[in-house]
Design a protein around this ligand. Structure first.
Ligand code: ZN
Length: 55
């Protein structure tokens, strides 16, 4: 089950910890199911497609 994380000042959710834009620090929102608002990161989606997503 992926954990979705986004910066509070951004609308983009990430779920691959190896994404170059994966948010770090405390200023983040976390969702344990697919978010119903905001955007899904293109890079995370590409990694998932290529089976390179590190959760
Ligand atoms: Zn991402």
């Amino acid at each position: 089950m992926p954990r979705y994380v986004k910066r509070k000042d951004s609308d983009t959710w990430h779920w691959c910890t190896n994404c170059s834009n994966y948010p770090t620090g405390l200023n983040v929102n976390v969702s344990y199911k697919k978010p119903t608002y905001g955007e899904l990161c293109d890079e995370c989606q590409a990694k998932e497609k290529e089976d390179r997503c590190t959760g």
